[in-house]
Design a protein around this ligand. Sequence first.
Ligand SMILES: [Zn+2]
Length: 255
Amino acid sequence: MSHILAGAPLPGPGSSLDIDPPSVVVAVGAHPDDIEFHCGATLARWSARGAVVHLVICTDGSKGTWDPDADTAEVAQLRTAEATDAAAALGATGEVVLLGAVDGELARAVPDLHDPLVATLRRLMPDVVVGHDPWRRYRLHPDHRAAGFLTVDACVAARDPHFVPHLGTAHRPEWLLLFEADEPDHVEVAGEEAMAVKVTALLAHRSQWRSTMLIDDPDQDGGQERFATGVLDAAREVGGAVGQGFGESFRRLGL
Ligand SMILES: [Zn+2]
């Protein structure tokens, strides 16, 4: 599959494996479905072990369609419902926080979203924050870059008591794990069960079947199976690079 997971830089053989399972996680994605693509198996596994997983989605996903006649407000509404279904499929018991920027225009909204994300991090008090790597070279989609910088900067502000002191008590997460990383150095190993949950959660984004997941005619042509095989193959490639089965790769930063 897919342009989304194929061709990503692979972790080196010296990469670290599996942080201690966290109690509280905040995952930040540019669009509905980014989180599931890049860390769905990891979040499923942590959720199954009792972690409270919160999802923050920066944009409304309103441009996620190939239909030039689509009503973008309707697309946004549909994608919000799908994001909620996907979070349930992951087993995420925390909040789904929608920051509400217009799809494709996140960079313009970042100055206004910094404080809300800092306040969210201080309120939810995650041990681990997961988000886009803003330093991924030659990445085209501006929202992924913008979401990455938003997340990194909000983590720094959330941990330091003299940053935005009116936004609550400072909170320092232990780890920031950046997905779609330019130079991944950490892998979370995934079992078959977590991979199955990842695929189910991704398929909850039904509006993306055709455009992102290349599932043309879901009832007729085995498209779902092909998509699932592509997701498993990509995770097997990541896991294989570090002598494991399935995996999801990250750049691991201590906060
Ligand atoms: Zn995206």
